[in-house]
Design a protein around this ligand. Structure first.
Ligand code: SF4
Ligand code: SF4
Length: 219
């Protein structure tokens, strides 16, 4: 999931204040919490009510898009609305916002969410934990399937630092598990402690430097 947090309503109102007709674009893709049609309708209502309370009459059109990270889907889903509105408020992650900007370059587009990280939750309703930073050079095959880049607070590649105590990480006060302790335990269980001892050279930061591009048959 791409984990997001909603922006304060006042920040959103600040973006859209100069405009009247706002397209509220939800996304049915991997943004979390869910931000589909139901949430677009809720945002529409909230914005209209907050506007009214401050003396401004917004007119919001709530819609949703199967996934805002696909230019074609964004075009086919939103093109019939674009000429009717003054601005778009996207409920997707930062990727979705930028795709709408690319597809409809003549209209202002604003984010309703702060995009936080890629992560997972142990069960429905539980906390989300960051698991991957999309570093472009995945090490999980050598580290027992536990990411040191993301889950070690210092992104160390060759074992734990001196701050590890009883399997806990010094960063944050020995509350979270030390990633390298988890990696060690996992590799031991798999009978692959040889991997723990193997030297891993510094990562090639050029692979992880942005902006990145990958694949595709056509431009
Ligand atoms: S090493 Fe970690 S950050 Fe890099 S791709 Fe693998 S899981 Fe993601
Ligand atoms: S204690 Fe473990 S997780 Fe924390 S910074 Fe050191 S090696 Fe990384």
């Amino acid at each position: 999931m791409i984990v997001t947090r909603e922006k304060p309503l006042d920040e959103i109102l600040g973006y859209i204040w100069p405009f009247t007709k706002i397209l509220i674009a939800g996304c049915d893709g991997c943004v979390h919490p869910p931000r589909g049609l139901r949430e677009a309708k809720t945002y529409a209502l909230m914005i209209e009510m907050a506007g009214k309370a401050k003396g401004k009459q917004f007119e919001c059109i709530p819609v949703t898009v199967a996934k805002q990270c696909d230019n074609n889907i964004v075009y086919t889903s939103l093109q019939s609305y674009i000429n009717e509105v003054d601005a778009v408020l996207s409920l997707a992650c930062g990727v979705g916002v930028q795709v709408i900007v690319e597809v409809f370059p003549d209209i202002p587009v604003f984010p309703a969410q702060n995009t936080v990280f890629m992560g997972s939750q142990p069960k429905e309703g539980a906390i989300f934990y960051e698991k991957c930073r999309a570093c472009g050079e995945c090490l999980l095959g050598y580290t027992g399937g536990i990411c040191p880049v993301t889950r070690c607070a210092k992104s160390l590649l060759n074992g734990p630092c001196g701050g590890q105590v009883n399997g806990k990480c010094e960063v944050g006060g020995w509350v979270r598990d030390c990633a390298w302790y988890l990696i060690y335990q996992r590799l031991k269980k798999l009978g692959r402690l040889d991997l723990f001892e193997e030297f891993r050279p510094p990562r090639d930061q050029r692979i992880a430097s942005s902006p990145r591009e990958v694949g595709g048959l056509v431009r």
